[in-house]
Design a protein around this ligand. Structure first.
Ligand SMILES: Nc1ncnc2c1ncn2[C@@H]1O[C@H](COP(=O)(O)OP(=O)(O)OP(=O)(O)O)[C@@H](O)[C@H]1O
Ligand SMILES: Nc1ncnc2c1ncn2[C@@H]1O[C@H](COP(=O)(O)OP(=O)(O)OP(=O)(O)O)[C@@H](O)[C@H]1O
Ligand SMILES: [Mg+2]
Ligand SMILES: [Mg+2]
Lengths: 253, 253
């Protein structure tokens, strides 16, 4: 029975995709069976694991809107993880879900539940918004993993995200918990990073992962080769910290 | 008669808000009359110029949904620019616009047109998506200013953005042009930045501004004080480059 984690934060560019791809690959390297669900029309997680998102004939769009079987759309990758790919077709789903009568927020959950027994972890990459796509991810998940960039604007959005969590818990998914909070793009040379980290730890306490992800060039280069960091450069700092994070996530169960 | 620019890119965290706030302040410092419209429910541009977004009783939401007069909601700031503030209320507008019969994409244009004669420049900060809020921004604008972070994932989204521009030109706003493309968070120490810059210049040619925005700590610190960079640290590199950009934008007319 898989643990389903939604990697969600409406603030843009905080490291959602980078965390989804690299945590998935590192959990796979630990021997866990892992599915990465790309639920962002940008399709960055899809290309981050080496697939050509424009060449995909069937994607998660066809599963949540077209009713296709998730297993028939899921693909194996070269990196100890399977992927349910996305591309720009998914942008259409937001409009179609908004105007449908029922099940607007539960389509992804229905799809994910059909493959839960095939995996140990299912990670869902969310778009930078709190619209219907992110609500589907939060409804399908057991827990939310919140990446927070160590910058001011990223801190501002946290209270709105927590309000949304409460709404989802009140109705769609009462069991949803905060699986963990991940500090990303930490730059030890700046005061700002330290101040943001302190505020995040004061607010989220033990929910904050011990592992902190520093800003490193290798992490931003890896996606241009379609590779997770452990495949791109196993000796890079980014590979070390995401491997550490995978151990923490795995042990929290 | 103001020039209206939408600062738009669906990729998250590429520097839309940072550009909107700092370009607005620098155009103001040149003596231009400037209005900054925050059209992102995150409200980062609003707090970036020192307003408490949670304390705003009336925002751009009340103008586009409530039919209030834009002039009565616009506020002066301490920094040679006026602002039409936003906060999380605006998230409700996306749903309300989606289910309304007509004028879904033209509400912001109608509001902006009422104040065009009061300003020389109107800059609209967009959210990280290509939904109804961004479509409203593109419909209200004369031109789009596209910030592109010098990273791989940011490059991936450009073709989707151009497709959306073509759609908007075909119907809602035939006169919409690409006012300019701005390279942001350029890090001269990495090959990646240079490669992305080369690709962007090859694609957009003379549309790319001469001014390139480097990644600097001061630029990311300024918003935590609610100040544009020229007020936070006039001697910072970030202040110099955004002042240069203002001159380029002003001369393109
Ligand atoms: N620790 C890091 N060090 C350096 N660069 C990073 C790091 N994490 C992410 N990046 C880069 O920063 C940019 C933003 O990260 P990413 O795209 O993963 O964020 P996101 O939250 O998924 O963005 P979006 O909101 O658009 O979905 C990307 O170009 C990525 O390669
Ligand atoms: N040139 C720069 N140097 C350093 N930091 C920067 C620079 N430009 C922006 N930043 C910081 O990077 C983060 C992302 O920038 P910003 O919020 O302006 O992007 P955005 O495109 O508006 O994001 P969103 O997609 O969430 O609206 C912010 O924390 C900001 O302070
Ligand atoms: Mg992403
Ligand atoms: Mg922004």
């Amino acid at each position: 029975m898989a643990k389903v984690l939604a990697i969600t934060n409406q603030k843009g560019g905080v490291g959602k995709t980078t965390t989804a791809v690299n945590l998935a690959a590192c959990l796979g390297a630990l021997g866990r069976r892992v599915l990465l669900v790309d639920f962002d029309p940008q399709g960055n997680a899809t290309s981050g694991v080496g697939l050509d998102k424009t060449a995909q004939e069937r994607t998660v769009y066809h599963v949540v809107i077209g009713g296709e079987d998730a297993r028939s759309v899921i693909q194996h990758t070269d990196y100890d993880l399977d992927v349910l790919p996305a591309n720009v077709d998914l942008a259409g789903a937001e409009v179609e879900l908004a105007t449908s009568e029922e099940g607007r927020e539960t389509r992804l959950k229905a799809a994910v539940d059909t493959v839960r027994d095939d995996y140990d972890f299912i990670l869902i990459d969310s778009p930078p918004s709190l619209g219907l796509l992110s609500l589907n991810a939060l409804t399908a998940a057991d827990g939310i993993l919140i990446p927070i960039q160590c910058e001011f604007y990223a801190l501002e959005g946290v209270s709105e995200l927590m309000r949304t969590l409460d709404l989802v818990r009140d109705g769609l998914n009462p069991g949803l918990e905060v699986a963990g909070v991940l500090l990303t793009m930490f730059d030890g040379r700046t005061n700002l990073s330290g101040q943001v980290a302190d505020e995040v730890r004061a607010f989220f306490k033990e929910k904050v992962y011990e592992t902190v992800i520093p800003r490193t060039v290798r992490l931003s280069e890896a996606p241009s080769y379609g590779m997770p960091i452990i495949a791109y450069d196993i000796h890079a700092k980014g590979a070390e910290v995401y491997a550490e994070l995978a151990k923490e996530v795995d042990s929290r169960g």
